[in-house]
Design a protein around this ligand. Sequence first.
Ligand code: PLP
Length: 463
Amino acid sequence: MAMVYESRVDGQRAEVESAVLAAYRARTPVSRELHERAAQVMPGGDTRTIAFHQPYPLDVQEGRGCIFIDADGNELYDFVNNYTSLIHGHGHPDVTRAVQAQVGLGTAFPNPNRAQTRLAEIMTERVASVDLVRFCNSGTEAVMNALRAARAFTGRDLIVKMEGGYHGTYDDIEVSVHPALGDERAGDAGAPLALLDTPGVPVNTVENVAVIPYNCIECAERIFRERGEEIAAVIVEPVMGAGGMIMADGAFLETLRALTVENGSLLIFDEVMSFRLMPGGMQEHYRIRPDLTTFAKIIGGGFPVGGFGGRSAVMEQFNPHSATPLWQSGTFNGNLITMTAGVAAMEAYPASEVHRINDLGDRLRTGLGATAREAGVRATTTGFGSFVGLHLGADQVTNYRESAAVSKDVTRLLHLALLNEGVACAPRMAWNTTTAMDEATIDDVLARFRRALAFVRPAMPSA
Ligand SMILES: Cc1ncc(COP(=O)(O)O)c(C=O)c1O
């Protein structure tokens, strides 16, 4: 009986898939042509693995507020916002004005600049645990520098990370980011093993990285019992972003704080994504002070950026007045345009706006969950404030393995059906709100979501 049901669903899935793809192709012939041209000169036609999806992504060169316009002239609501980095959507007037005023005066000098100092002041004022901060060009570099600082400070090499935790494309941290479920090499759910995430990372990387499940207090205690004296740092996102918009259990983060203190290890909060969720980052929400915090995304006002900061004793290692400073350099670190845009973007993001767009995120999360329920679709929602995750085929998502168990095929179909309805979210059904949105935006998007879901519903098993 189960077999018959499965094959019927599969049959409907094939029909729905070809209808969704046909509609997508019909809407986007210019994007397709541009993709084919790009693929002649770049593998896969782009320079960013995460942003690729079948059959080809939309080509985009223009955005306004909460909308972007693709190469075929279709207008889409933007709930990707360059993977959460555009806190104001596209073309915020303050950011545009500030950048335009600076760009004609020069864009890059190796000297320090006032915009950089101002952005550092904003970060240290907003984030209680950050006494000193430095800038770089990406979240990946921020993480790389924070790990280096922790290793130098403790004289140890071992880093503990969460299974499913994404911290950028630095070799040491491309471990167990998305291990395949059922891969025996990844170990048991309660005792995962560190697994290289991509070919090309040196095999011995896993000697210096240990992996524990997110939100597992027992597992954190076990790794410290077994290897506490080796651990330089634990790196953790207070809300796991790419891993599924999963909130940390406060008690789990408190345990990590206590264990790191007891064992002379450092605690690093990766707030590259989560910083936008509270005026002082999610560490403000959890009332925990990490030793180091990494930033990126929103603090560059839409330009490439990274930042890392923390307590003075750790950050002072980078002070070039000392005889043997930790090396941290980069031709475009503290770039004038990025810093200028970052200051304008952060000044336009006071606590009132943080909370307003968090409320919009709550409205969206509630609406997505209710719509799925009404349609009889098994699903659950996750996230906090302006971060929203929707997980099809799941009842509960508190860690990577639960998040990876979602129905990937129907998720992919729903993503394309939403694009056809003029709504862009990340292909894994991750959404984020911005200051360019209001309640009417959310309600319009929920109506479109209802239509997209109805279209792909025949391909889905019932709740
Ligand atoms: C939590 C987290 N850390 C680090 C990174 C890497 O940032 P970037 O893409 O700027 O290198 C990301 C990127 O999405 C991230 O989500």
